[in-house]
Design a protein around this ligand. Structure first.
Ligand SMILES: C[S@@+](CC[C@H](N)C(=O)[O-])C[C@H]1O[C@@H](n2cnc3c(N)ncnc32)[C@H](O)[C@@H]1O
Length: 280
């Protein structure tokens, strides 16, 4: 597919999906959390124990304690906040959205103190990749991210400086971002850290195929497995139009839709890619 056709296809796919995009790049995260709560977005919460389990396997297999994680589509550092603390997503919703919550005001000093006082664990470092400048900047300011790559890697290559921020990674993770980010982004990010042979763990909203990303990772000699038992709830359907469009796209991809039809929630599949024979 030409890159123009691919981007038109991307637009069509995103078209029927609940549109959060206006909230992605605000100076403060409140609008993002509000938009997420409105559709009961819970994927980072549901993914947390799975990531923790996979991080533990990785530490054992690679005999490592400190991990460098690259979060593709990191937004305001949500995965970093959850995985570096004991918080869950409801704690974050309350902190940001409850009128007297610790993070309800636009006060950088308070936001920094909130996470510092929780004692962010430092045996997991995060590097974020996301085109949303303000979101990455916020996560960096708070110390949730060690480094950030503010780039749309669908449309351009990494700079030398960005490549060095991504080098020596242990695991690439992603939640809620495949669809915006395709094999182009994943190949560019992986290539920058390929020497350390990182694993890739992605939660992919039902209606998006992971085939092209798995094929791009195969070029780096990674094997991809669909971990069916780790499939998780992502968010509520926001309209019946969205439900219809997603069920139609799922049928086209041959994805089983029993859960979507019965619960009214959209699910995300979990994929893991690693050198042959290494993971799980
Ligand atoms: C639904 S949010 C998910 C954010 C976070 N991972 C979470 O689960 O809360 C989607 C994110 O993808 C980002 N995004 C959009 N286009 C992207 C691209 N080409 N590459 C990487 N991230 C992208 C958006 O800026 C936004 O932060």
């Amino acid at each position: 597919m030409s890159s123009q056709a691919a981007s038109a296809e991307r637009g069509r796919i995103q078209g029927a999906k609940h549109d959060f995009t206006a909230s992605y790049n605000g100076r403060w995260p409140h609008a993002y959390f509000r938009a997420c709560l409105a559709v009961d977005y819970m994927l980072p919460d549901r993914a947390k124990p799975i990531f923790e389990r996979i991080f533990a396997d990785y530490r054992r297999i690679r005999n490592k304690t400190k991990l460098k994680i690259i979060d593709v589509g990191c937004s305001y550092g949500v995965n970093a906040a959850l995985l570096r603390t004991d918080l869950d997503l409801d704690d974050l919703y309350a902190a940001y959205l409850e009128p007297s919550g610790s993070l309800s005001r636009q006060e950088g000093i308070e936001h920094r103190a909130f996470f510092r006082n929780l004692g962010l664990r430092d045996d997991i470092q995060f590097v974020g990749v996301d085109p949303s400048f303000w979101a990455v900047r916020y996560a960096l300011d708070l110390g949730l991210l060690e480094a950030g790559v503010t780039a749309d890697l669908e449309t351009r290559d990494l700079t030398v400086e960005e490549r060095s921020a991504l080098a020596d990674a242990d695991i690439l993770i992603s939640t809620g971002c495949v669809g915006y980010a395709t094999e182009r982004t994943f190949a560019r990010v992986y290539e920058a850290s390929a020497t350390s042979r990182p694993w890739v763990v992605a939660f992919v909203m039902h209606r998006f195929s992971y085939d092209d990303i798995a094929a791009a990772l195969r070029a780096f000699s990674l094997e991809t497995r669909h971990l069916e038992r780790f499939r998780q709830r992502q968010s509520r359907f926001s309209t019946s139009k969205e439900l219809r469009a997603i069920l139609k796209a799922m049928a086209k991809l041959g994805i089983e839709d029993r859960l979507e039809r019965t619960t009214g929630y959209i699910y995300a599949s979990c994929y893991i890619s690693a050198p042959p024979g290494e993971a799980l």
